[in-house]
Design a protein around this ligand. Sequence first.
Ligand code: CMX
Ligand code: CO
Length: 142
Amino acid sequence: MFMRIDHVGIACHDLEEKIAFFERTFELTVVAREVNEEQGVKEAMLHIADGEGGGSYIQLLEPLGPDTPVGKFLAKRGEGVHHVAFGVPDVTRALQEIGGKGVRLLDEKPRHGSMGSSIAFLHPKDVGGMLTELVQAPEQRA
Ligand code: CMX
Ligand code: CO
């Protein structure tokens, strides 16, 4: 079902400061910056490697406000790993299969994600405390 780890999402207060840290410390490069109003975030993708079915990235996330998923997370837990995203060939199909196994879906249907991808989230309480994202890259076909 999972082809790779697409990205690890990291919540931060100051996106520009964290981008500078990751570039300087790990020699990573920002390949995309986006404001995603629907998810309530300003974000940057830093490229790590390319693999079968797509690349892998670090996703830095700054909330657009306190009453957003990442805003609430920061207030409660502070900066750190917010979610892990797995690459799947078909996110709609993966949602059906995973939902059928009793895991709560935060998205019944895919939403718009970074760089033209389709994404959906699974409830962290049903996945061992890990907020889990499914990602279908734009070039992937069922
Ligand atoms: N990782 C692990 N556990 C988490 C979590 C996270 N990121 N966010 C919340 N939780 C836990 C909380 O600790 C809480 O547990 P307790 O009841 O034991 O305290 C429980 O889940 C409920 O959390 P909450 O603080 O009451 O927050 P909400 O219910 O309002 O929302 C969640 C939680 C996961 C449903 C919501 O954040 C969500 O829908 N997330 C998906 C969308 C998202 O995160 N988008 C931003 C990223 C966009 C992108 O990657 O492109
Ligand atoms: Co993500």
